[in-house]
Write a protein that binds this ligand. Structure first.
Ligand code: ASP
Length: 317
């Protein structure tokens, strides 16, 4: 390994006193809530979070509300009801939440429940566990009052039947878009939520990054938070969101941290990955950043009382 590369890599593990001092001395952004979420449907979701924050709510309630908004929209074919199904025509959902105390909850391969993010929240709040999957997650949801619903809309069923004719493998960026939401409330506390129907026409049983704490979402209330969208398999293999937060701890800006996490992916794919990953990141001082591998990526940002959509170009364009 070249010396420079070695130093760069080893720096991550070092937590030098200087760097830690830097993140400890970071000014905390207070009384100026920030909401950051993935894709254009993040704008409407942000509005829901803002309402919660304006009513004095905390970052976890706000992030959950935002994610629920995307889950309830049947026109959104990558989250919640109306999400494209797996190869068997079954909609299976993944979601997770993480709050400012470092607590987390998640559900994976959940079926027939419209709001997986709230089931993940229940797992976090009411159980000793972090993650429930499949039938167990469904039973847990039902026993906690969640209603069962058919999540396959006519439109998604039609699309699936069309796909069945030649079963062409969808490249993930063609069909999927997860909502990940990062919130900093008036107290300066950070929380996040992530929810998706995942890769369209995936193998039955496939679980992506979205319910995996550290991959699709990570929150460290001392440093910052990060979240992912895109090809979950590659986010899992590089533990993306955790890495982004750790890079911010080392002094990287939110945008540089997102780019550094993507550099790892680029390297693993010999400089030429043919898929998309997008990261969003929020630092404790209220700074935000984002980056994506290819093509373009939209994120919705509420800051200084304005809710706006931002478009960024891929690092490899
Ligand atoms: N990351 C999600 C998954 O792999 C999908 C996406 O964000 O597009 O399931």
């Amino acid at each position: 390994m070249k010396r420079r590369n070695f130093l760069r890599t080893s720096l991550v593990g070092l937590s030098s006193p200087l760097i830690l001092a830097k993140s400890r001395n970071m000014k905390i952004n207070k009384n100026n809530p920030v909401v950051l979420s993935t894709w254009d449907f993040g704008l409407a979701a942000n509005e829901k979070a803002i309402k919660v924050l304006n009513n004095g709510g905390g970052s976890m309630d706000a992030a959950e509300k935002a994610a629920r908004h995307a889950e309830a929209d049947p026109k959104n074919n990558s989250v919640g009801i109306g999400g494209l199904p797996d190869e068997k025509g079954i909609v299976t959902l993944d979601a997770c939440v993480m709050d400012s105390t470092g607590n987390a909850g998640s559900v994976a391969f959940l079926q027939n429940i419209k709001h997986p993010v709230s089931v993940a929240r229940k797992v976090m709040d009411d159980t000793k566990h972090v993650m429930l999957v499949g039938e167990g997650a469904r039973q847990f949801a039902v026993s906690n009052g969640f209603k069962e619903t058919n999540l396959l809309t006519d439109k998604s069923e039609k699309e699936w039947k069309k796909w069945l004719k030649n079963r062409r493998e969808m490249t993930p960026h063609e069909t999927h878009d997860t909502i990940s939401v990062l919130v900093q409330d008036a107290k300066g506390d950070l929380s996040g939520a992530c929810t998706t129907s995942g890769w369209a026409y995936k193998m039955h049983g496939r679980v992506g990054d979205s319910p995996i704490i550290g991959s699709a979402l990570f929150v460290d209330n001392e440093v910052g938070s990060a979240a992912a969208t895109g090809l979950g398999e590659e986010v899992i293999k590089t533990v993306g969101s955790f890495l982004v937060v750790e890079m911010m701890r080392q002094g990287y800006s939110p945008e540089e941290a997102c780019k550094e996490a993507l550099n790892r992916v680029i390297k693993l794919h010999n400089g030429n990955p043919d898929f998309q990953i997008g990261y969003i990141a929020m630092r404790k001082d209220g700074e935000v950043g984002a980056a994506c591998l290819k093509w373009s990526f939209d994120y919705a940002l509420f800051k200084n009382n304005k809710n706006k959509l931002h478009k960024i170009e891929g690092m490899l364009n």
